[in-house]
Design a protein. Sequence first.
Length: 318
Amino acid sequence: MEFTKAVKNQSKLRIALSGAAGSGKTYSALQIAKGIGGRIAVIDTERGSASLYAGTFDFDVVKIEPPYSPEKYIEAITLAERLEYSIIIIDSLSHAWAGSGGLLDIHDAIQKSNKGGNSFTAWKEITPIQNKLIDTITGSKCHIITTMRAKQDYVVENNGQRNIVRKVGLAPVQREGVEYEFTIFIELSQEHVAVASKDRTNLFDGKYFVPSDQTGKILVAWLNQEPEMQKPQTKISEVFTQSETSKTKSQITNATNATPQKTYTIQDIAKSLTAELKMCFNQKQITTRRILELWQRFDGKQEDILQHLSGTQERRAA
């Protein structure tokens, strides 16, 4: 037994995409896989959904039919590794949990049998099966991209002229906490705009983006890059615009310590963000902290924020 220097390039990417039906999970997974590079194997439980993109992407596919037992997923992942694929796309992991013959069905069957007895006893048998599937994913020799269906809800929004009903995705259809098993967990909206709710790379923190092959290239470049020294913290003069830096230090301190009229969260902002401002944040790579600062400063007035960003050169995120 010995300790060795930790390096990222000995690891593999574990990417999860979650969204409601129609959010573009399969297409986004294929785009990211294309950017990562290498042979792509798709494990398809979505009744041929991935194969609709056969003319756009080059990949091989194996279909899993009901019952969606975790053992079938493990067998397919093992096969892809043996055939030396570079990337495995699991489309979708939700069926192993809530699909016909998945873990929830197995749980119910155990509970109803004489062997099961009660729900707690049934979970004691289910948990090792789920853990084995997750361990197979996290321990794979391939890059893994999984899609997950999201629990759906509908919200009513006013666009200034009339009320509109919009479908939104909530928590992923999988066991609670599964998102923490991945390098990056991406949530997709119905407009195919992504936000990383968990990101160990810090590449997409606070950004709104449309997944593309460039996303895969960025991720694999991060995985292969040499370690860097920690960068210095942003100076206060770099946070404010040129005109603001002419203020005295005491004026700046007073401004930053002023009591805000309202406290905003990134979730509040995401619900009301316009497409134009989303694009601006993405292009300028504005961090979550900076978005919150801008929102607070301009009291959520998006036109003012956009005008401000158009007239200044924002510091790009590390």
